[in-house]
Design a protein around this ligand. Structure first.
Ligand code: AAL
Length: 432
C-alpha cells in the first residue's frame, strides 16, 4: 500500500513538475515576444514591444515606431490631455460683449509673481463688423484694443494691473488696434511683440504687420519702437496681408519668432505658421526660406523640448489637433494626436529664453474661449489649461487617451436646419 501511495505521489509530483516547466516555457516565449527576438513568432506579439521589432510590418505598425516618440500615448512625452480651470479676478461686464480679453502671451515668473499680457477690448458696443465700425465702434473682437496685463501668485487668481501698450497716435503702426501680444526676455530687457492694425480688421481681411515695445521691467514703462519689425510678405506671397500671433523663443543663440498668416480668399482662409529669426530683438528679422514651416494651426504655441521645438497645432488645417516636434526648430513632424486643445494657448515656459539644449516642456498656461455672450454680444475670456507635456512630470491622468464626454456634450452639436432638410429629402427620394 505504501509503495502504491509513494508511486501515486511520484506521478503527481512528476505531472506538477512537467506543468511548471511547460508554463515557464510559454511565459518565456511570450516575454521574449515582448522583447527583441519576436521574429520567432509568426504573428505580431501579444505584448506591444516598446522598441521597433525586427519583422515585416504594415504601414500602420511601422508608423507606430517611426512617427511617434512611443508606440502608445501613455508612454509618449508629447501626448497629453488638457484640463481647464475658470480664472478668478477678471470682470466681463456680465458678458454683454463690451469687454473682451483674449490671445494671452506666454506666462513668465518674476520676483514671486506670474505675469501675463493679453488683448483687452473695452468698447461702448460689442463688435459690429467692418461696415458699421467707426472710431469707437469695433469691427471685430480685437478691434480698438490695447495690451493689458495681470499678475498672479498661484496661476488661478489674477490681479489685473492695467494697460501696458496703448494704441499710438495715427499714423504710427498699431494706431487702430494693438493686439495678440507675446513676451521675450533678452539680455535683461523685456520685449512685447504685437499685431499693429492700421485699419479696422475685416475691411479686406485681418491685415496687419507686427510691432514691438520694450522695457527694463515687466511692469513697464514700455517704449514703442514705432516701426514695423516683422513686415508683411511681398505681393502674392503667403504672408502678404497678415503677420499674426508673434511668438518669440530663444533657440540656437538667436530669437526664433514664429507667426501665423491667413492667406487664400475671404471665407476660405488657409492658416499656416512661419518663422523669422534675428540676433537683435528690434530686428532685422529674416524670414525662413522654408516658410511656412507648419501647415496647420491658428494661434500656435511652441516650447523648447529636448534638443528641438514642440508646437501645439489646433483649429485649422489637415494637421489640427496635433502636437508637433522639430528637432531643428524648422522641420516639424506630428508627434501626437490629441483633442480639446487650448485655444490660443499661452504656456508657462520656464526655459523659453534660456537658449536651452534640453527643453523641459510645459505643464500649464493660459488660453482663451472665444465667441461668448448672446447673439450680438461676441467677446472672449481668458482661462487656464493644464497638461503633461513635460520631461519632469508623469501625470497618468493627463496621459489617458480617452477624453470622457457626456451625451449632452454630443447633443450640443446638433444638426443644422439645412442638414435636417437634406436628410428629409434623402428619405423622400428613397420612397419614390
Ligand atoms: C486671433 C489671432 C490674431 C487674429 C485674431 C486676433 O485668434 O489669430 O489675433 O488677428 O484672431
Amino acid at each position: 500500500m505504501m509503495y502504491k501511495k509513494s508511486n501515486k505521489l511520484n506521478q503527481i509530483f512528476t505531472a506538477l513538475l512537467v506543468f511548471i516547466l511547460i508554463s515557464c516555457g510559454k511565459e518565456a516565449t511570450s516575454v521574449e515576444a515582448g522583447n527583441e527576438n519576436s521574429e520567432k513568432l509568426s504573428g505580431f506579439p501579444n505584448r506591444l514591444p516598446m522598441e521597433k521589432p525586427n519583422r515585416e510590418m504594415s504601414a500602420a505598425l511601422n508608423r507606430l515606431y517611426d512617427a511617434y516618440p512611443a508606440p502608445k500615448p501613455q508612454a509618449n512625452e508629447l501626448f497629453s490631455q488638457f484640463k481647464y480651470t475658470d480664472l478668478k479676478g477678471f470682470d466681463y461686464n456680465n458678458h454683454n460683449g463690451t469687454i473682451s480679453r483674449r490671445d494671452p502671451s506666454k506666462v513668465i515668473f518674476h520676483e514671486g509673481k506670474y505675469y501675463v499680457w493679453y488683448t483687452y477690448r473695452n468698447t461702448p458696443t460689442p463688435p459690429q463688423g467692418a461696415k458699421k465700425s467707426s472710431d469707437v465702434i469695433p469691427s471685430s473682437d480685437w478691434d480698438l484694443a490695447e495690451i493689458w496685463y495681470a499678475t498672479s501668485t498661484d496661476g488661478f487668481t489674477w490681479e489685473e494691473q492695467g494697460v501696458a501698450i496703448k494704441r499710438p497716435e495715427k499714423p504710427i503702426v498699431g494706431w487702430r488696434s494693438v493686439t495678440t501680444t507675446d513676451i521675450l526676455q533678452w539680455k535683461g530687457k523685456y520685449y512685447l511683440y504685437y499685431q499693429g492694425f492700421m485699419e479696422a480688421s475685416g475691411k479686406r481681411g485681418d491685415d496687419c504687420p507686427v510691432a514691438v515695445s520694450y522695457a527694463d521691467s515687466p511692469n513697464g514703462p514700455w517704449t514703442a519702437y514705432n516701426k514695423i519689425v516683422i513686415p508683411n510678405g511681398a505681393k502674392g506671397e503667403w504672408d502678404e496681408y497678415s503677420i499674426h500671433d508673434p511668438y518669440p523663443l530663444v533657440y540656437k543663440g538667436k530669437i526664433y519668432l514664429y507667426y501665423k498668416s491667413d492667406f487664400g480668399v475671404k471665407g476660405d482662409w488657409i492658416r499656416m505658421q512661419g518663422l523669422a529669426t534675428a540676433d537683435n530683438p528690434l530686428g532685422p528679422f529674416t524670414k525662413h526660406p522654408l516658410n511656412p514651416v507648419i501647415s496647420s494651426g491658428h494661434e500656435t504655441s511652441l516650447f523648447p523640448f529636448k534638443q528641438g521645438i514642440a508646437a501645439l497645432v489646433y483649429k485649422d488645417g489637415n494637421e489640427h489637433n496635433t502636437v508637433q516636434f522639430a528637432k531643428d526648430g524648422v522641420n516639424f513632424e506630428i508627434a501626437a494626436i490629441t483633442e480639446m486643445m487650448p485655444y490660443a494657448a499661452a504656456p508657462f515656459v520656464p526655459d523659453a529664453f534660456t537658449d536651452t539644449k534640453d527643453g523641459r516642456g510645459i505643464t500649464w498656461g493660459l488660453a482663451h474661449f472665444i465667441g461668448l455672450g448672446k447673439k450680438g454680444q461676441f467677446h472672449s475670456m481668458l482661462t487656464r489649461f493644464d497638461c503633461d507635456l513635460s520631461q519632469d512630470l508623469n501625470d497618468h491622468e493627463m496621459k489617458e487617451p480617452r477624453v470622457k464626454y457626456t451625451p449632452e456634450d454630443y447633443f450640443k452639436r446638433s444638426l443644422s436646419k439645412k442638414q435636417r432638410v437634406r436628410i428629409e429629402n434623402e428619405t423622400k427620394n428613397l420612397e419614390k
